[in-house]
Design a protein around this ligand. Structure first.
Ligand SMILES: *Cc1c(COP(=O)(O)O)cnc(C)c1O
Length: 397
């Protein structure tokens, strides 16, 4: 297979760093600083308030939404950018519950990212109508879908283990039971091919600072199935989701398009960084990205298992059941990750004992993978993680 990958020259990575954490925060695409600088000077400084009309700021959340949509199999006009993913989970879940007013169960799994579950619990408490958040093991989801379930809320790729849920068949099972399907694509967008329209799911959400390299704090996205856009309850009824925001009506009337999922003023600087970052994907085939991700992940697992037998694979062994990350359990995982980062190999740590490595073929190749495994081997073999300075926990792991 002819490959365009990797595209290292499109990224600004520090000299000597092997970056295995693009699943948490993607690196800086080289085109971003100049574009941001130009935007700030020409548009913010130069156009001032006129930028909303003259520089395309007002349409930007939708324009960028279409770019993200192209990467997740969504039709134009069905994806809106804004807010953070936690907020989009809340909005999507509230909208989904409103579609099934006579049901009281939200079904999710115990491998989901906690903020999704916290947001669900907060919403349940606020609504105070007897809703229940039912959590089962990821493998037991299909069996737990029944006619009590209002919304099945799942993250397709688990943040800890990287295991994937089968999107099409779970969505079908949810629909057979009359439930609404809400997918969180945080670790899917830019990591593997997603066919959200083909899945027929009602709602999807995700973030853009992970595999989409939008930068720290980049806005989230929300997808609504096109046939529902006219009727879905926006739940967060902010003025920019209004049908005519500048009429300043005292009554809220949602827009007749995906614009109704907007809330307030969009983060224009962040959207500009993201819009530029997304240009990296033009001409890339997500199937090729996925194939390379699997090749590199398989190589990493093989190298680490050979060199560091005390590390236990904490991800599904079958690459078809795994996203674009690999994790290993090691009792001293935190200290070992600190030692690794100190030597230029950046991954991350998730409690209680998981060393997590994002495998992003946009800027990684076989040499990086083997070098990372060699450095990890040295740390484990020589117990280099035992140094006292590696034992102190930082706020962000
Ligand atoms: C990364 C991630 C989040 C983060 O939410 P923010 O509001 O953007 O901080 C939420 N949910 C999942 C599943 C994630 O992977």
């Amino acid at each position: 297979m002819h490959s365009n990958l990797p595209l290292k020259h499109l990224f600004d990575l520090p000299e000597g760093v092997i970056y295995l954490d693009g699943n948490s925060l993607g690196p800086l695409p080289r085109a971003v600083p100049d574009r941001l600088n130009q935007m700030v000077r020409d548009e913010w400084a130069g156009k001032l308030i006129r930028g909303w009309n003259d520089a395309g700021w007002m349409e930007q959340p939708r324009r960028v939404g279409d770019m993200v949509g192209a990467l997740i199999g969504a039709a134009k006009g069905s994806v809106m950018m804004g807010d953070t993913l936690s907020i989009k989970v809340y909005q999507g879940l509230a909208a989904g519950l409103a579609m099934r007013p006579d049901r009281r169960v939200i079904l999710s799994d115990n491998g989901n990212f906690p903020t999704d579950l916290y947001m669900a619990k907060g919403l349940i408490e606020l609504l105070d109508r007897g809703y229940e958040l039912r959590l089962v093991d990821p493998a037991d989801i299909k069996g737990a879908i029944n006619e009590d379930v209002a919304v099945v809320m799942l993250t397709q790729v688990g943040y800890g283990t990287g295991r994937t849920h089968e999107m099409a068949s779970i969505t079908k099972a949810a629909h057979r039971a009359g439930a609404v399907m809400l997918w969180d694509l945080a670790h899917s967008a830019g990591a593997l091919p997603v066919d959200i329209a083909g899945s027929n799911a009602e709602i999807a959400v995700g973030c853009t600072y992970k595999y989409l390299n939008g930068g720290p704090g980049a806005p989230a996205f929300i997808y609504v199935r096109p046939d529902l856009i006219e009727t879905i309850q926006p739940a967060l009824s902010g003025w920019l989701g209004h049908d005519a925001p500048f009429a300043f009506d005292l009554d809220y009337r949602p827009a007749h398009s995906i614009d109704r999922m907007r809330v307030g003023t969009p983060p224009v600087l962040q959207l500009t960084a993201l819009e530029t970052a997304l240009e990296v994907w033009s001409g890339l085939d997500m199937k090729e990205v996925r194939a390379r991700s699997i090749q590199l992940s398989e190589l990493f697992i093989e190298e680490v298992e050979t060199r560091c037998p005390t590390l236990k694979l904490n991800s599904p062994r079958d690459p078809e059941n795994r996203g674009s990350q690999v994790s290993f359990a090691f009792p001293h995982g935190y200290a070992a990750m600190r030692a690794l980062i100190d030597r230029g190999v950046i991954g991350d740590f998730r409690a209680p004992d998981v060393m997590r490595f994002g495998i992003t073929p946009l800027y990684l190749d076989e040499d990086d993978i083997i070098r990372a495994a060699e450095i990890l081997e040295k740390i484990i073999r020589e117990d280099l993680w035992q140094e006292p300075k590696y034992q102190i926990r930082s706020a962000v792991t």
